[in-house]
Ligand binder design. Structure first.
Ligand code: NAP
Length: 266
């Protein structure tokens, strides 16, 4: 399926690894101009070198999305190098403070909300004029199954991602008549550095290896993931790419679950 985005320019955050990197790859292969951003310029350059060189044009600019000044500089660099963006994929995120509610202090809450909710707000604020200007635009937020099915050992993350869904839905009401469509994707347990770290920690606690940690996590903590394995980042990137595309021209304000059935309601 031709996604019809070969003349479009996309910014993908959290793109030196995981879901963000695979989304950048997917959009590049569609011929889009892609700007990737993440925390560290060195790791970002390595990630850029692993992306296809024979596809769309690629730029890589690092920015800490918790820093408004850095986000403003990012916006200037992107505009100067690639022009106004048509597509924003917000995939940067952290697991954040872990533990039961009484084990997490206010700083843990603040740090998690800062990255997982305020960074998306900051990015949209910095790029909204561009996204509205061309009469055609897409924003895709990477939320999580946790947004609607909170787990009690990571409540700051759950609350932040619930906020992201509210942000997506609210924004989808404001600018759709101008052609700017806003949607969210909610994955569950995807094989990326984020869940590698979670599973390595679990393996250490249980005195076992990563594979056993994954199997026990699936059976004990994610019983409704009926496909019975971690998802692959490509499986999320494909859905994001569709939502970024011309093919998704009547999809707005939706939350696509890519979770193997993990959320226990339809
Ligand atoms: P990932 O590979 O760790 O990607 C997240 C990226 O965000 C990392 O490259 C990280 O940079 C970057 N980042 C963190 N803080 C940042 C900041 N302040 N400024 C700029 N970039 C920052 O993990 P992933 O699984 O692909 O995660 C992508 C998104 O999917 C996240 O929003 C996550 O919450 C969501 N998600 C993932 C899963 C899953 O099972 N993997 C499930 C549901 C939702 P560093 O690596 O340099 O720290």
């Amino acid at each position: 399926m031709d996604l019809g985005i070969s003349t479009r320019t996309a910014l993908v955050s959290g793109a030196d690894s995981g879901i963000g990197w695979h989304t950048a790859e997917r959009l590049l292969r569609e011929g889009a101009t892609v700007v990737i951003t993440d925390l560290d310029q060195g790791r970002l350059d390595e990630a850029a070198a692993r992306l296809p060189a024979d596809a769309g044009q690629l730029y890589a600019f690092a920015a800490d999305l918790t820093d408004s000044g850095a986000v403003a500089s990012l916006a200037s660099m992107v505009r100067e190098a690639a022009g106004p963006i048509d597509i924003l994929v917000q995939s940067a995120g952290i697991t954040g403070a872990q533990g039961l509610f009484h084990e997490i202090d206010e700083q843990g809450w603040a740090n998690t909300i800062e990255v997982d909710l305020l960074a998306p707000v900051r990015l949209v604020r910095a790029f909204l004029d561009d996204l509205r200007a061309g009469g055609w635009g897409r924003i895709v937020f990477v939320a999580s199954e946790d947004a609607v099915q909170p787990y009690d050992d990571e409540l700051p993350y759950c609350a932040a991602k619930a906020g992201v869904l509210a942000l997506a839905k609210g924004l989808s009401r404001s600018y759709a008549h101008e052609g700017l469509l806003v949607n969210a994707v909610s994955p569950a347990f995807i094989a990326t550095p984020m869940t590698d770290a979670m599973m390595d920690k679990r393996a250490k606690q249980r005195g076992t290896d990563r594979d056993e940690a994954i199997q026990s996590f699936l059976s004990e903590k994610r019983p409704f993931m009926e496909i019975g394995r971690r998802g692959e980042p490509e499986e999320v990137a494909d859905v994001i790419a569709f939502l970024c595309s011309d093919r998704a021209s009547f999809v707005n304000g939706s939350n696509y679950r890519v979770d193997s059935g993990s959320v226990a309601t339809i």
